[in-house]
Each structure stands twice: as C-alpha cells, then as structure tokens.
Design a protein around this ligand. Sequence first.
Ligand code: AMP
Length: 142
Amino acid sequence: MPMTAYDDKNIFARILRGEIPSHRVYEDDQVVAFMDVMPQGAGHTLVVPRAPSRNLLDADPAVIGGVIAIVQKIARAVKEAFAADGVTIMQFNEAAAGQTVFHLHFHVIPRFEGVALQRHSGEMEKPEVLSANAEKVKRVLG
Ligand code: AMP
C-alpha cells in the first residue's frame, strides 16, 4: 500500500509552529523536545525533528541522524532528572504499528525496576505536573 502524504495540520506540526502550547524541555534549529500530555510514565518526553515526515519510513536519513543524537541527550537527562533505573525509547510507524500522530517523533520514557508502562495515549496528565516535570529535565539540561 503506498504511504499517505505528510499532512502539516497534525498536532506536532502545530506545536512546532507554536500554534498550540507544549511543555518544552529542549529546542535547537533542528529538534524540539516536550512532555507527552498522556505520559506512559512520569517524565515521558517526545523528541521531534522540525523537518516534516510522517515517521521513520519517509524521513531523510540525515534528519534521523540528527534527531537520534538528541534522543540520547534527552534520555540521559530524564534518567538523571527522575533518578530512573533505565529509559525506554519507542517509535511507531503508521497506525497498524500504534502511531497516532503522523509527524516523526521518538518517545523517551524513564523506567523504574518493577514499574510497568501505563497505557499508550491513556490518561491526560495535569498541566501543573507536566510543567513541574519539564522543569526537572530543563534543570539537568542546564
Ligand atoms: P504515537 O502513537 O507514537 O503517534 O504517539 C503520539 C503521542 O503524542 C502519544 O503518546 C500522545 O500521548 C502524545 N500527544 C498527543 N497530543 C499531544 C500534545 N498536544 N502534546 C504532547 N503530546 C501529545
């Protein structure tokens, strides 16, 4: 089946353009990282390249290379900020694989021994919790 074209009205494109708010923890000229509003665990962060692509399948390899370095930076920062035991990185491609927002992004989720992940796109977190968590990550990133 041919891949559907990128649609710049998706919610992450709107966040990147500043049309809707997000709890940002990091940004540079290539990448933005912000808190997931329906976290699968405390500190769940999304790392999003500014360049448009639906997902990994249609992305420019140079963009993937740049964004994965920032995934590492954010993974190290959330591990420290939340004193986590580990970090899960997830990335979904197309609806059949669980993708719900069609702009490439990587999930970075602090993990704790014996604590299961919460449901994907489950409960909405309170804005004050998201902003407190964003502050913790930003403090580590300096
Ligand atoms: P995926 O299923 O990989 O496409 O993941 C999309 C993620 O975006 C889910 O984990 C959602 O909780 C999250 N999400 C949806 N809307 C927003 C939003 N406005 N701000 C931050 N995260 C969002």
